[in-house]
Design a protein around this ligand. Structure first.
Ligand SMILES: CSC[C@H]1O[C@H](OP(=O)(O)O)[C@H](O)[C@@H]1O
Length: 350
């Protein structure tokens, strides 16, 4: 399944708020509708929103009606700000938009039409690189998966969270494809239910064994010896290896430590933010109370109750067994080993 399809100036998105009951495609022909889709999580997942924002920059750039190039660049900055302000936690969003701006800046000597074409090529490159990264993560991660593995996942870090194949689910796919006996326990992931609605949908489509559990069952299955490893995605990783990921990830990491179960984080280099010294600096998005108060439009709590809805939490590096990237498996000491990862000028948020 492709959550993002670029079709000659139109960005087609699989509306993930409708899954699994409906496979609805929305067509974005202006950058504001791309921003709306990201903000409303119709497209979601750190790498996916980065790629969507890159295409939003292309659509925005082609829609600018500026008298001269200076004005054109000013308008492009406004497009960038709109897209960057949609969601604060996933660094891929900022990384992708800034990469597009940098590309335009590097070629500002060219005409506007050429700049627009260059930006389109760059967005296509970002999307292609993401899929390549996910296959690499799958290959590296598969080396850590035993022949028979019961894998607990959280949220959705699959094809739907990326341009294709997935990060955490990319490892599941690679292990399954290599003939290993894989069974996934998918945590439902309240309140947006990415696990129940998206991860289960993805895995069942491909015939990969999956069992849905509620978030509060994770401790039980781990304590009962029903889980061999935990693999999650990430939205932003600080230079010391602290990880921001979907709310509930930290709880799973503590439970995994308590039960001596390996806890892996799968992420491309575009999710690593080397400008941050620790997870304390990662902004945590707070989302609307209605996401907690309603399921499919039906109230599940008395009207008027106060709600706290942080969409992410921080898992300290001490609870992480390894970070599986598209450049290899990174273990502690994370500050030293992540720095070495970027020392050869590799792309990423350094
Ligand atoms: C492949 S990274 C996916 C990452 O993004 C998700 O967040 P959201 O659904 O709010 O965009 C979640 O944290 C996943 O681990």
């Amino acid at each position: 399944m492709k959550p993002i399809v670029w079709d000659k100036g139109c960005l087609r998105l699989l509306d993930q708020t409708k899954l699994p009951l409906e496979e609805k495609i929305i067509e974005c022909r202006d950058y504001q509708s791309v921003a709306d889709a990201i903000r409303e999580m119709r497209v979601r997942g750190a790498p996916a929103i980065g790629a969507a924002a890159a295409y939003g920059m292309v659509i925005g750039a082609r829609g600018i009606d500026a008298g001269d190039k200076k004005q054109w660049f000013k308008e492009l900055e406004k497009v960038a700000e709109t897209l960057k302000n949609t969601r604060p936690t996933a660094v891929n969003l900022t990384w992708a938009v800034d990469r597009m701006l940098k590309k335009a800046e590097e070629n500002k000597h060219l005409g506007i039409r050429e700049l627009q074409d260059i930006l389109e090529n760059e967005a296509v490159k970002i999307a292609r690189e993401d899929v390549e990264s996910n296959y690499a993560i799958g290959r590296f991660g598969n080396t850590l998966v035993p022949e028979r593995a019961r894998i607990l996942t959280h949220c959705n870090a699959g094809a739907l969270a990326t341009v294709g194949y997935g990060t955490a689910l990319g490892i599941v796919r690679a292990a399954h494809a290599s003939g290993k006996d894989i069974h996934v326990f998918a945590g439902e992931t309240r309140p947006f239910l990415q696990g129940a609605r998206l991860t289960v949908w993805e895995l069942m489509k491909e015939g990969i064994e999956v069992t849905l559990i509620t978030d509060n069952m994770a401790g039980y299955v781990m304590a009962k010896g029903m889980v061999d490893l935990v693999i999650v995605g990430a939205d932003r990783i600080a230079s010391n290896g602290d990880v921001a990921n979907k709310i509930g990830t930290y709880s799973l990491a503590v439970l995994a430590k308590e039960n001596n179960i390996p806890f892996y984080v799968a992420a491309p280099l575009s999710t690593i933010d080397m400008s941050l010294s620790s997870g304390e600096e990662i902004p945590i998005e707070e989302r609307a109370p209605d996401e907690v108060l309603y399921i499919q439009g039906r109230a599940i709590a008395p009207e008027g109750v106060k709600v706290f809805n942080p969409a992410f939490d921080i898992t300290p590096n001490s609870l992480i067994t390894a970070i599986i990237t598209d450049k290899g498996v990174i273990k502690e000491p994370y500050d030293k080993n992540l720095k070495a990862l970027f020392s050869d000028g590799t792309r990423g948020n350094n």
